[in-house]
Design a protein around this ligand. Structure first.
Ligand code: NAD
Ligand code: TYD
Length: 364
């Protein structure tokens, strides 16, 4: 599927570097791109941290125009070499430290990858773009989060692209820093950067530490379901396939220098979401260790600085680029719960010693 406003015959193949392509959203995006743009060159750069999983890309490894490179986005020499040898014209930048709870335990890695890493990519891309005579069709897509806008009260209007930045966690602060750099590269150098700020994604290949996979896996293992605080915090849930379509449209149709908010139009309280997952598991999973699964819900100490509510106003991308989400949270959650049920072989190896150590630190 190409996007609506560009005919297939007009489209020039791209040579795209996807950073963080072995992670959750990145790997979904790599599959999306390879399925839709067969003749594009696709290069993935990923350091394979605890969150990166090369198995997410296993079905693509034999393709002629696909290449996986294990490496750090902070490694300027490696990035320079890749941009030159692969003649990259499009960067889709997903690589990041992405989990708020880990940023509370150890913020240093977040500043390094999210700020220094993004800066390294921007500088390398700028140099290459200058050497290539500044093609206006080149794109540097910086994938960011709604968390940079801070926390909303129950009756506040949803975040727009002009909402002031007020990040509250080391994670969101480091993403805010990287957003400001990406913005500055357009305003100062004219480099064609675009920023997207999206809400909470969910779907296949989501690492076990995040809310939805954690609840699915703990239900299957008969372990407590830890709900932070009073469970009344609200997130907007965006199905990862909808997000990938949005990023596709932004790369092809978005205006350099602009920011686009991407949301699922699905605001849900955490406790209601957890209850829905429990009900789906009761319905879909035979022989749960503990049933009904709701018996496992356990309220635990709140996350420090826990943002109360996020909500996205996605009318800009809808009116300017014609994108809107297609998945409801009911439909998307059912698909996701089924995916975790059917892919025990994917998530079981991820519950490693390192993961158990992390789990102890956050939940004990
Ligand atoms: P993830 O943690 O699942 O994946 C991150 C990937 O980046 C991993 O494959 C990891 O190995 C790689 N990586 C980390 N540090 C690296 C480095 N220094 N060099 C190279 N690769 C490195 O993250 P995700 O959930 O897929 O998020 C992708 C992007 O989307 C991030 O920039 C995140 O801030 C943003 N985002 C995520 C969500 C969400 O709900 N997951 C919401 C909004 C924005
Ligand atoms: P998470 O998936 O970590 O995403 P983010 O913090 O980026 O929004 O968490 C989603 C919500 O779920 C957030 O309000 C924190 C809450 N939460 C819990 O209540 N228990 C948990 O074990 C986790 C991981 C999250």
């Amino acid at each position: 599927m190409t996007n609506a406003r560009e005919s297939v015959s007009e489209r020039q193949p791209r040579r795209i570097l996807i950073t963080g392509g072995a992670g959750f959203i990145g790997s979904n995006f790599v599959h999306h791109w390879c399925n839709n743009y067969n003749s594009d060159r696709v290069v993935v750069l990923d350091a394979l941290t605890y969150a990166g999983n090369r198995r997410n890309l296993a079905s693509l490894e034999d393709r002629d125009n696909f290449k996986f490179v294990k490496g750090d986005i902070c490694d300027r020499a490696l990035v320079d070499e890749l941009l030159a040898t692969e003649d990259i014209d499009t960067m889709a930048h997903f690589a990041a430290e992405s989990h708020v709870d880990r940023s509370i335990l150890g913020p240093g890695a977040f500043v390094q990858t999210n700020v220094v890493g993004t800066f390294t990519l921007l500088e390398a891309f700028r140099q290459r773009w200058l050497q290539r005579d500044k093609p206006q069709s080149d794109r540097f897509l910086h994938v960011s989060t709604d968390e940079v806008y801070g926390s909303l009260g129950a009756n506040d209007p949803a975040f727009t692209e002009t909402t002031p930045y007020t990040p509250n966690s080391p994670y969101s602060a480091s993403k805010a820093g990287s957003d400001h750099l990406a913005r500055a590269y357009y305003h100062t150098y004219g480099m064609p950067t675009i920023i997207t700020n999206c809400s909470n994604n969910y779907g296949p290949y989501h690492f076990p530490e995040k809310l939805i996979p954690l609840m699915c896996i703990n239900i299957l293992l008969g372990k407590p379901l830890p709900v932070y605080g009073d469970g009344q915090n609200i997130r907007d849930w965006l199905y990862v396939g909808d997000h990938c379509r949005a990023l596709d449209v932004v790369i092809h149709q978005g205006k350099p220098g602009e920011t686009y908010n991407v949301g699922g139009n699905n605001e849900v309280k955490n406790i209601d979401l957890v209850r829905q997952i429990c009900q789906l598991m009761d319905e879909l999973a035979p022989d749960l260790p503990i049933s009904p699964a709701e018996k496992l819900i356990t309220f635990v100490k709140d996350r420090p600085g826990h943002d109360r509510r996020y909500a996205i106003n996605a009318s800009k991308i809808k009116t300017e680029l014609g994108w809107s989400p297609q998945e409801t949270v009911t439909g998307g959650l059912r698909q996701t719960v089924k995916w975790y049920l059917e892919h025990r072989d994917w998530w079981q190896p991820l519950l490693s010693e390192e993961y158990q150590h992390y789990y102890q630190q956050v939940y004990s």
